[in-house]
Design a protein around this ligand. Structure first.
Ligand code: GLU
Length: 393
């Protein structure tokens, strides 16, 4: 696991996320319907990135590229720069831009003798165990074939609720999907600064972040560009998801040549978010970050203490209220004092849970007519969140 700059050199599998603002060419927009001469792509940059990734590939590293730019390129093609777009216009722009984006990457990697593959994913795909495994097996097979998978969100089929939201988040989830050692987010600033570097002359870059505290979060501000949805705060949220599961994250600038190689050589460039000691397993990650929660269980203080301090399973006696409609085995949020303290897979349905409120485990069979489990959420299927986690011991 990567805890310091020196450890970076040991990374075997990396995910490189590149933002739209680095790829799309806002200068050479066209009138609606006409195709920009350069395909709307900053081709020299794309070639430089491909060359840098090819150099890592040649050293035996396995690289996944998460590339934004479909919507931005579609907008360049259609002359839609600076316009407020409806969801369907964005989806149409993505449909136009995605092949242009892939064409650019395919050409750039071909110049280095490397093949590429396209993987379009939605957050919903990763919530389904089978589809998650399929995506994971596909990427493994692509690695074995020596091909670079290029991932983007499948923008044309997603609506807000099933979206990754932004490609920083997608990058984090892909880094977990492929079990990467390092997620690298390339953007138009060379790391996290303690103040907005575009505004404040004495803003200082933070070299390494050991833990993403509220103070660090507050440094993110809201910097944006013509393209891209992210800003620094979405990059920090992505880093948080990744490091929790043992994937170190770096934010580096894409403007300067060689930044990727410099980072991997352990040089002091960008911001490194190092992994802490508490690593979630893939299963815990899936429960905490990926699964959609279908309901809520409100529990009393005693049960909350047992979960947080003793690492116990949740028993029906500690449950005070049940919300939502869920089937057996579905993911629920566990609340105490108005806070979500954990998430877990519930052994009983919402209808059954409503009958089991405050019931002793010994009486489950009497109430339901059967008893498959004495616990409501077994410890192995439960993940503590936020402050609740700190109380664990
Ligand atoms: N999937 C979007 C695209 O390719 C990018 C989303 C983002 O900006 O993060 O245009």
């Amino acid at each position: 696991m990567i805890r310091t700059r020196q450890d970076i050199g040991r990374a075997q599998r990396i995910v490189v996320k590149i933002g739209s603002s680095l790829l799309a060419d806002a200068e050479h927009t066209t009138v609606a319907g006409a195709v920009a001469e350069n395909g709307g792509v900053q081709m020299q940059r794309v070639q430089r990135f491909a060359n840098e990734m090819a150099a890592l590939h040649a050293r035996g590293l396995q690289v996944v590229l998460v590339s934004s730019g479909a919507v931005a390129l579609g907008c360049v093609h259609l002359g839609w720069i600076g316009r407020d777009l409806s969801v369907h216009e964005k989806q149409a722009a993505a449909a136009i831009g995605q092949p242009a984006l892939m064409h650019a990457w395919k050409q750039a990697f071909a110049a280095q003798g490397i093949g590429v593959a396209q993987m379009l994913l939605t957050a919903d795909d990763l919530r389904h165990r089978r589809r998650y495994l399929n995506a994971s097996n596909t990427s493994e097979t692509l690695f074995a074939a020596g091909v670079i998978p290029i991932v983007n969100e499948n923008d044309t089929v997603v609506v807000q609720e099933i979206k990754f939201g932004d490609n920083d988040n997608l990058g984090a989830l892909v880094s977990l999907l492929v079990d990467a050692d390092l997620l690298i987010i390339m953007t138009d600033v060379d790391g996290l600064y303690d103040a907005n570097p575009f505004v404040s002359a004495d803003a200082r870059r933070i070299g390494t972040v050991a833990s993403i505290t509220p103070k660090i979060m507050a440094m993110a501000g809201d910097a944006g560009s013509t393209f891209g949805t992210g800003g620094m705060s979405s990059k920090l949220r992505a880093a948080q998801i990744a490091i929790r599961s043992g994937v170190a994250t770096a934010i580096i600038g894409g403007d300067s040549e060689g930044s990727l190689a410099a980072l991997l050589a352990g040089e002091d460039t960008g911001t490194l978010f190092a992994c802490g000691a508490d690593r979630q397993t893939r299963r815990q990650h899936w429960i905490a970050e990926v699964l959609h929660s279908a309901g809520q269980l409100v529990i009393d203080d005693g049960a909350a203490r047992a979960l947080c301090a003793k690492g116990a399973s949740l028993l029906p006696v500690g449950v005070c209220a049940v919300g939502g409609a869920f089937d057996k085995g579905e993911c629920v949020e566990i609340l105490c004092g108005g806070q979500v303290i954990a998430r877990g897979l519930c052994n009983y349905s919402a209808a059954e849970m409503r009958q089991l409120i405050g019931v002793s485990s010994d009486d489950i069979e009497k109430v339901l007519g059967y008893r498959d489990f004495s616990s409501i959420v077994h410890r192995d299927n439960l993940v503590l969140l936020g402050d609740a986690k700190e109380g664990e011991g």
